[in-house]
Design a binder for this molecule. Structure first.
Ligand code: UFG
Length: 321
C-alpha cells in the first residue's frame, strides 16, 4: 500500500483514478482548487485539500510515495482565446509541483497528457514518435509539461510517465463527466436523449472520412484509470515513459449519435453545423507502447458499453437534480 497525492482529483478523470487507487488499497489525498472540479466528485475515503497546485509545497511531505497530476484547464477553444490562463495554470502549476516534489523527496509522477500534443496527425494510428505540433495553447501547454518532466527525469532522477489520452468517455459509478459548460460529444448527445437539449450539432460533414464526419478513438475512463496504476508501477528513476491511451479504433460523430439512439432508445435529432476550428479529421491512437510497457489491456473497448455507462451516470444526475 502506498500514499499518493492526486492533483485535480475533483475532476472527471482524477476522480475515477482516485476511486481506483482507493479500491487497490492505497491512501489518497486529493488537492483541488475546485475551479472546475466539484467537491462531491471526490470519492469517499480520500482526504481532501482545497488548494492550488501552485501551493503544493504546503501539502507535500516525505510521507507521500508519488503524485498523479491531473489539475489543469482542459478546454481547447478557451485556450485559443485565453492562452495566458493555460500557461499560468498548466505550465506554471506543474513547475511549482515539480519543485515541491524535489524538495519533499518524492520521486514518482504520473502525468495526464493529451493527444492534443500531436496536433494534426501526419498518419494514423498515431504513435508516440509522431511529430508533436499542437494546434492550440492547450496542447502546447501539455507538450511543454511533457518536456519539463523529461528534464526533471534526466537531471534529478525522477521516475515519470506521461499518458496521452485520446477521447475519454463513459463513467465509473458516481464519477462521470460534469463539465460546465459541456463541450464533449458523448455527454452532449446524451443531453439530447434526456430532453435537456434540443438537437446535436454535427460539426462538419465534408471531412475525408467514410461518412464525412470526424473520427475519434473513444476510451472508457475506467480503462484509462487502470493504466495510471500500472504506470506508477512501471516507471523507474531517470526514465520518462510516454504512452498513448486509446483503443486503436475510430468512430465517426454519426456513429456515436447512432449508438446513443440505440443505447438510450430515444430519438436524437441532429443538425448540420460548420466545422469547428482546429478539429483534425481523424484521431486514432496506437497504444502498442502502453500494452508493451505497462501490460495494459483495455477491457471496455465497445462503444455501446462506454455510452451505456455514461447514460447511467447522466440519468442518475438528472434524477438527483
Ligand atoms: N462534435 C460535434 N458536435 C458537438 C461536439 C463535438 O460534432 O456538439 C464533434 C467534434 O467536432 C469532434 C468530435 O465530436 O469531431 C469529438 O469532439 P469532443 O469535443 O468530444 O472531443 P475532441 O476530439 O475535440 O477533444 C478531445 C479531448 C481534448 C483533446 C482532444 C485532442 O476532449 O481534451 O481530444 O486529442 F485535446
Amino acid at each position: 500500500m502506498s500514499k499518493y497525492l492526486v492533483t485535480g482529483g475533483a475532476g472527471y478523470v482524477g476522480s475515477v483514478v482516485t476511486a481506483h487507487l482507493l479500491e487497490a488499497g492505497h491512501e489518497v489525498a486529493v488537492l483541488d482548487d475546485l475551479s472546475t472540479g466539484v467537491r462531491e466528485a471526490v470519492p469517499e475515503g480520500a482526504d481532501f485539500i482545497e488548494g492550488r497546485v501552485q501551493d503544493s509545497a504546503r501539502h507535500l511531505g516525505p510521507s507521500f510515495d508519488g503524485v498523479l497530476h491531473f489539475a489543469a484547464f482542459s478546454q481547447v477553444g478557451e485556450s485559443v482565446t485565453h492562452p495566458g490562463k493555460y500557461w499560468e495554470n498548466n505550465v506554471g502549476g506543474t513547475m511549482a509541483l515539480l519543485a515541491a516534489m524535489r524538495s519533499a523527496g518524492i520521486r514518482k509522477l504520473v502525468f495526464s497528457s493529451s493527444a492534443a500534443t500531436y496536433g494534426e496527425p501526419v498518419s494514423v494510428p498515431i504513435t508516440e514518435s509522431a511529430p508533436t505540433a499542437p494546434t492550440s495553447p492547450y496542447g502546447a501547454s501539455k507538450l511543454a509539461v511533457d518536456h519539463m518532466i523529461s528534464g526533471e527525469c534526466t537531471a534529478h532522477g525522477l521516475a515519470a510517465a506521461s499518458l496521452r489520452y485520446f477521447n475519454v468517455a463513459g463513467a465509473y459509478g458516481d464519477c462521470g463527466e460534469r463539465h460546465d459548460p459541456e463541450s464533449h460529444l458523448i455527454p452532449l448527445v446524451l443531453q439530447v436523449a434526456l430532453g435537456t437539449r434540443e438537437a446535436i450539432s454535427v460539426f462538419g460533414d465534408d471531412y475525408p472520412t467514410p461518412d464525412g464526419t470526424c473520427v475519434r478513438d473513444y476510451i472508457h475512463v475506467a480503462d484509462l484509470a487502470e493504466a495510471h496504476l500500472l504506470a506508477m508501477e512501471a516507471i523507474s528513476p531517470g526514465e520518462h515513459l510516454i504512452c498513448n491511451l486509446g483503443n486503436g479504433s475510430g468512430f465517426s460523430v454519426r456513429e456515436v449519435v447512432e449508438t446513443v439512439r440505440k443505447v438510450t432508445g430515444h430519438p436524437v435529432p441532429e443538425t448540420a453545423a460548420a466545422r469547428r476550428a482546429g478539429d483534425p479529421a481523424v484521431l486514432v491512437a496506437s497504444s502498442e507502447a502502453a500494452r508493451e510497457r505497462l501490460g495494459w489491456n483495455p477491457s471496455r473497448p465497445d462503444l455501446a458499453g462506454i455510452v451505456a455507462d455514461a447514460w447511467d451516470f447522466a440519468r442518475a444526475r438528472t434524477a438527483g437534480g
